[in-house]
Write a protein that binds this ligand. Structure first.
Ligand code: SAH
Ligand code: SF4
Ligand code: F3S
Length: 476
């Protein structure tokens, strides 16, 4: 079969990254192979995000930019998938007539049929049908993508959709009802990934705490325990945990499971009870702080990160100050902060007391400046300590940011268990130059802290972890 080039542009969250990988896998039998050069593409797929207006705009500007490619190569197929596809459906075709296919978030399993139909008939198709069944393509999901450059880390979606209906959020409308995958299938997938070289998995769901509840499967902590048993896997992460459902069992899992990383992403969204209520978050500031205290008491050193929305409709200065106060009280390791954005299907879009763009911008800046102080403080506390880093790949930066001198060494990048990015140079006196460190755990002495990363010097590769791989270790 003739090999055809597939180019995927992924916008949005980790679930979209995961879905793009499933798209690549499911299209392999049709002869499509991933290629990073758009100009060679026979099929371009953009996997879209509708979470904020800006993300949606990104989709249309990308589609506008590639219209010329279609004129040059009429056989080119352009497909739009993901959350904007689900939300807008046919309307995308009206705005962008050069698009051939719109496929929703539940249509990935039907892609081979849809693409073959377009190849044969040169028609345009819209498939945004949603279904509750997700087992249709488990056999595809369970086997890893054949890559020339295997990855050390991978996402694994364990549940789809969301039943929480926070008033600002589009996700329940574009991803459908919450549905959990079978634990056996998840374990099989992780084992396959480990076989392909993956050493760390991040289990994904909009609210992992409710994993399996509806379907009466194993609980989320039980699922973590099953994944923890998998030989050759070094680390487990998960996201996202909803504060209202964070259980004592999950808090205990941080102590009980040796592979579970000491980090939790626990989005608070606001520090004001009035706003939390209007957001339909179903917890109070006090309950959130209680959970933080429990986490810190039970798992010393745990890193805590969060998401915050500023300028939610009706947010007064007092509400906003309560959010700032919560940030000071918790001292998060990091946060993602967003300006509130109206989403067509979300109830908050119809709330009348909107905050002006200028005010919103100012609040976001104040909040980011405050958090920057805590992020740098947390990072600085690590200077002088030794941290175990799982190396993810070569660092993008080829230049030592302090001296600006071109570095002649190989520079690697990885993360601590607490999810902090650490860059380091492979020094000949500790680790031979020809040693490929991707997917290895390296003990690094942290020397410098920046606001978004750390810089260190490798001390030693972890003997114990290497022993299981039959490799030698390198002592300092
Ligand atoms: N399920 C996750 C969130 C997924 S969306 C949870 O409940 O925590 C990721 C983040 O995007 C949210 O935490 C929220 O902070 C932000 N977000 C969602 N909708 C938004 C909107 N309309 N405007 C601005 N930010 C939004
Ligand atoms: Fe959106 Fe709320 Fe569901 Fe998260 S829990 S995806 S914020 S509706
Ligand atoms: Fe993710 Fe964006 Fe959809 S955040 S779930 S890709 S709306």
């Amino acid at each position: 079969m003739k090999t055809k080039c597939l180019y995927i542009n992924t916008i949005g969250c980790q679930m979209n990254v995961y879905d793009s990988e499933q798209i690549a896998k499911i299209l392999t039998p049709l002869g499509y192979k991933m290629n990073s050069s758009i100009e060679f593409a026979d099929l371009i797929i953009v996997n879209t995000c509708a979470i904020r207006e800006k993300a949606e705009q990104k989709v249309f500007s990308f589609l506008g930019r590639i219209a010329g490619l279609k004129r040059k190569k009429p056989g080119l197929i352009i497909g739009v998938g993901g959350c904007v596809a689900q939300q807008e459906g046919e309307r995308i075709l009206e705005r962008m007539p050069h698009v051939d296919l719109i496929f929703g978030t539940h249509a990935i399993c039907r892609l081979p049929y849809l693409i073959q139909k377009i190849e044969a008939e040169r028609c345009s198709i819209v498939d945004v049908e949603m279904s509750e069944i997700i087992e249709e393509f488990e056999s595809v999901i369970e086997s890893p993508l054949d890559r020339t450059d295997p990855k050390a880390t991978s996402f694994v979606t364990i549940m789809r959709g969301c039943d929480n209906f926070c008033t600002y959020c589009v996700v329940p409308h574009v991803r459908g009802r919450e549905t959990s995958r079978l634990p056996e299938s998840i374990v099989k997938e992780v084992k396959g990934l480990v076989k392909s070289g993956v050493r760390e998995v991040t289990l994904l769901g909009q609210n992992v705490n409710s994993y399996g509840k509806k379907e009466k499967l194993t609980s989320f902590p039980q699922l973590l325990a099953l994944v923890n048993e998998i030989d050759g896997l070094f680390r487990i992460r998960f996201t996202t945990s909803h504060p209202k459902d964070l259980s004592d069992d999950l808090i205990s899992a941080f102590n009980d499971l040796d592979k579970l990383c000491n980090h939790i992403h626990l989005p608070v969204q606001s520090g004001s009870n009035r706003i939390l209520k209007r957001m339909n978050r179903k917890y109070t500031r006090e309950l959130y702080l209680e959970k933080i205290e429990k986490l810190r008491n039970n798992c010393p050193g745990i890193a805590i990160t969060s998401d915050i929305i500023v300028g939610f409709p009706g947010e007064t200065i007092v509400d906003f100050e309560e959010t700032l106060d919560l940030i000071k009280q918790v001292e998060f390791d990091g946060i993602f902060a967003f300006k509130y954005s109206d989403r067509p299907n979300a109830p908050a879009a119809r709330f009348t007391d909107k905050i002006t763009e200028q005010e919103n911008k100012e609040r976001l800046q104040i909040l980011l400046d405050l958090q920057e102080y805590f992020t740098t403080k947390k990072n600085s506390e690590l200077v002088g300590s030794n941290e175990l880093i799982l190396v993810e790949g070569l660092s993008k930066k080829k230049v030592d940011s302090d001296t600006q001198r071109k570095c002649q060494y190989i520079q690697w990048s990885g993360r601590t268990a607490t999810n902090k990015v650490v860059n380091f140079i492979q020094l000949e006196d500790t680790i031979p130059r020809d040693k490929i460190l991707k997917g290895k755990i390296v003990n690094v002495k942290i020397e410098k802290a920046y606001s978004h990363s750390l810089w260190g010097k490798p001390v030693q590769m972890e003997a114990t972890l290497f022993a299981s791989e039959g490799e030698q270790s390198y002592a300092a």
